[in-house]
Design a protein around this ligand. Sequence first.
Ligand SMILES: [Zn+2]
Length: 87
Amino acid sequence: MSLYKEEQYQISYAKHNWSCQVCGNPANQIAHLIPQRKWLIEKYGERVINHNDNLLPACSLKCNDKLQLSQWQWEKKAEQIKKIIEN
Ligand SMILES: [Zn+2]
């Protein structure tokens, strides 16, 4: 895992008190709002996909799936994160 990704994961866990953002159980994984797929990393950049604003803690694959945004929301989310990175 890259240092950037590791740092962003830790920020996300800390921001959300290490709790699953669906059910509140202790988190053991990170969900990507814009999914971490190769073509999406190529489209938006790794700094967007692994930015803490694109990450939320989850406790299971079931909860992880619920946190993923619908495809129509990806572009807007990516634009928001790009603005944060650029500022
Ligand atoms: Zn959960």
